[in-house]
Ligand binder design. Structure first.
Ligand SMILES: C[S@@+](CC[C@H](N)C(=O)[O-])C[C@H]1O[C@@H](n2cnc3c(N)ncnc32)[C@H](O)[C@@H]1O
Length: 192
């Protein structure tokens, strides 16, 4: 498991490795992986290091510098900048069966992030698949308000995942953000 120089958190690296390890091997190697690039391109580097052809990585980001970095690594740039639109475009272009994973690693805050996740979930009907769903956001709010478990309950309810489904397919990876003042953001990986 490589810890990239650009990754701020070893826990994030571990969470990512665990989540991708749950994609079925054949699907992992041949399917399309949708990621939010970021300037660090951590997910893209991880996938390339694990034998994924860069052209099978569909990258988007609202930040043009991040998109340029992803392109430099050979990833397929989505014609849409947001993850919500990219998932819609990829499902229409490649078909559901050819999507191996969707990694929604946002820095948009809990409420905005959950709204985006709900959009992604409704497009791909993620809660109807047998695949695993990883929530790696679990940052307790030290200033009061919602605790980590409350956040997970809020997110799963908002994206329409029932307790029974979550108990079977969901996994929460405790991940402490290193950003001291941030309230955190959901990080969710859907492994088909
Ligand atoms: C935490 S970083 C992603 C890190 C990346 N997964 C990695 O491993 O290197 C969050 C990124 O989300 C982007 N972003 C925020 N909202 C977005 C949206 N709705 N669609 C696409 N990108 C978004 C930001 O520009 C930022 O680059």
């Amino acid at each position: 498991m490589a810890l990239y120089k650009t990754d701020m958190s070893p826990q994030k690296t571990a969470a990512r490795a665990l989540a991708y390890s749950r994609v079925q091997r054949r699907q992992f190697l041949t399917g399309k992986h949708i990621v939010i690039a970021s300037r660090k391109c951590g997910d893209i580097r991880h996938l390339i290091d694990h034998g994924i052809k860069p052209s099978n990585i569909i990258a988007c980001d609202v930040d043009y510098v991040a998109r340029a970095m992803a392109s430099r690594l050979g990833a397929t740039l989505s014609p849409k900048n947001t993850i919500e639109e990219t998932v819609r475009w990829a499902f229409q272009t490649y078909g559901k069966a050819n999507i191996a994973s969707i990694n929604v690693d946002l820095c948009a805050g809990v409420e905005k992030g959950t709204e985006i996740l709900a959009d992604v979930f409704s497009t791909c009907e993620a809660n109807k698949y047998k695949g695993a769903i990883f929530f790696t956001f679990f940052r307790p709010n030290r200033k009061g308000g919602m605790k980590g478990k409350d956040n997970i309950d809020y997110i799963t309810t908002s994206v329409g995942i029932g307790d029974e489904y979550f108990a079977k397919n969901g996994l929460v990876f405790p991940y402490q953000s290193y950003t001291p003042n941030s309230v955190g953001s959901p990080m969710c990986m859907i492994a088909f």
